[in-house]
Design a binder for this molecule. Sequence first.
Ligand code: MRU
Length: 347
Amino acid sequence: MAKNMDSIQPIKWRNNMLFLLDQRALPHQQNWLQYEHADDVANAIFEMVVRGAPAIGISAAYAVVLAARDAWNNKGGTWKTAMVEPLAVLAKSRPTAVNLHWAIERMITFYQDLDDDKSPESALLEEAKRIHNEDISANYKMGKLGATLIDNNSIVITHCNAGALATGGFGTALGVIRHAYTEGKIKHVYADETRPWLQGARLTAWELQQDNIPVTLQADGAAAALMATTKVDWVIVGADRITANGDVANKIGTYMLAILAKYHNVKMMVVAPTSTIDWQLHEGNEIPIEQRPGQEVTTINGNKIAPEGVAALNPAFDVTPASLIDAIVTEAGVVLSPSLENMRILR
Ligand code: MRU
């Protein structure tokens, strides 16, 4: 039943090109932008045409196909060497979401075995499509697993957008909410607006409205008052990178919510595919945190709101320590009370 709630898919491959739904224009305009070159996809990732860790990874996988086509057309039998530079540019497009690196590495490993003297495009396209489809399947699994933790008629808060738009489809945190809703477990969702990019206001509110899931938008600063005055059951969010000990980097403001949740006895669930786990990093303070232009904070939709010349801090993510998290839900299983030891069940 929940599977019917997957009408939104932000990434498409059509006519030998990558199409991305421009998330900067949503919800009021639905514009599809088309891409034929990897460096343009890298730019689209940086500019947030596509955003959300799994969606960034899937887009990068298709960008590798585009890079390979250009490399083959321009360099023939030395196409593998010609891939090095465009893939380095792609890898730098956003630093925190590890799914970007995971997808590029998986594509590189895959093409090592391909013939130097044959066009790699169709084989690489199959692999990119596999990555895309596996992500959607993982979201269905996580939706089902995460919903088992939720009691009937629960009230939840979500932050940023960890929905269909942030993935191949269906979503991670919103996948759990979608699945749980069909089982009568979700009474109401509060979506934080998520300054400065307003992913909650523009994307999460829109996605939940499409599926008729009751949603109320709130300013980020309203979460504490909501928890103090209403029985909130869960905070449910996605992740951009999870370290071996269960620390989680996610959209700026997630850490604040986790502290509030602990204080108010609200449980905290992180939902992410295993491609978001960086086993090479031991703990959260090793995660590179993207610092974005201050202008994103001093303006809204291009309109200046702060005094000219004021300094603005704009970290895109923060790190929530594992000790503040009750459950990490992945397609490979649920880790309760995440820690170095408890995370081992996913290895
Ligand atoms: O800056 P964004 O919009 O790419 O940040 C997205 C998030 O923080 C999401 O919560 C995260 O990527 C999980 S998406 C399933």
